[in-house]
Design a binder for this molecule. Sequence first.
Ligand code: ADP
Ligand code: ASP
Ligand code: MG
Length: 481
Amino acid sequence: MARYAMKFGGTSVGSPEAIAQVTAIVKDFLAEGHELAVVVSAMAGVTDLLLESAAAAAARDRATFLAINDAVRQKHDRVIEGLIESQQDRLLIDAEVEELLRSHLELCEAVVILGEVTPRISDALVSFGERLSSRVIAAVMRAQALPVRQLDSDAYIVTDNQFGDADPIWNETEARIVGQLQPQLDSDFTPIITGFIGATPDGTMTTLGRGGSDFSAAIFAAYLDCDELIIWTDVDGVMTTDPRLDERARVLPYVSYQEIGELAFYGAKVLHPKTVQPIINRGIPLRVRNTFNPNHQGTLVGARTQASATVIKAVTGIRDVSMLTVSGRGMLGVPGIAGRTFLASANAGANILMISQSSSEQSFCFTVVDPLAQAVKAAVETELQREIQHNNVDSVDVLSDIVIITVVGSGMRGTPGVAGRVFSLLGESRINVLAIAQGSSECSISFIVAEQDLEKAVGELHSLALETVENDRINGLGSPY
Ligand code: ADP
Ligand code: ASP
Ligand code: MG
């Protein structure tokens, strides 16, 4: 018998058929005598719809948010009608859904009066996605006689007040999970918990950032002292690249915590970048598996570095970013310019994705998401006003229509010539590289190319990854099985 935390993503709970599949998986694990804590996302598309409803309410567009409220109702109604037979059970869950949808409309009406959506209200509005899905899924499972209990995670995950991207307050979260959730698990109930949602110490609802249910599940896995965390999604595991970018993408049998951290940070949507944070020090293994292909072993993520001849395991790409370059001959020897630039960027709300400096110290560049580029440029120019006036800094330039491409693999450490191989390959394909940075962990190299080169660059580098992954397979390396 083992204790698992498992999370089912949006597509995995996106239709009656999918939820039937989720129920079957949970049933199998329980039949084998395991203990489970189940975390669920909103049904596919619902979080986006709820964000649209917030924007519509701020624009006083009542017709749109009423239509969204109805569309969300229909999605959940289809599940109830399709999967719950007893009339009495249906009436009970219908009433719960109806109450939440009414609260959603009330909140939209409040936004109409205010004429704006604050991040705090936006979080309250999107929270309905997980609050609805978890209740409907629990009702479906209960109808199949599974001993489940729906729980809202804002009672357990205590966060700061960074609405939209909140961070847990670890010791308080641990105290709540160990003190209040653990005993319920011991009493033979399987909790069906909302992903994505937390609350500040005074109880105001927050969310952990888009895709944050993975992170929620990892937090529960850590503090419930689970033997394994399983992320159930809509692909067979972590792949050599995004299958939507290159259809040759293959499942990696094993990746390390560090590798998955780099992959997720640099755009592999399959896991939220913070997912490994709570489990890494506890050494809790993580498995990424396909809800729709449960016989596949998926990808195991753990601490060990598997024997492998693979240097480059995977390739990722991030679109919708801009590169800012700060340059000037007079920068040489003026200390602190980079530090002040990054501080000004952070104060403008930007998360810096990649930094690169030329050895001449006459320029450096960094990358932020598109929507913030102009605000960051203005903030940096204000900060460096004096240097610009004295011509020590010439300009702060913004380059858009670029992408960050990252190659990941812990075998790079100690393997000379990887960067050389990567860049000569790109050179041969006539792809111009605008900036380069190596991750501090030495298990990734990132670089910037024009957006139009994305597919070609990923394709070329992915071929390199596939070649070594295939060699590993032939030689029986790189797999934990
Ligand atoms: P969920 O709703 O289950 O959280 P997501 O849509 O957030 O699922 O993440 C799964 C998707 O991530 C896959 O369908 C795939 O298109 C995308 N993806 C991007 N990069 C990778 C990768 N390297 N390996 C696997 N999937 C990836
Ligand atoms: N429902 C949230 C989102 O779409 C969280 C998640 O699915 O992980 O971002
Ligand atoms: Mg996700």
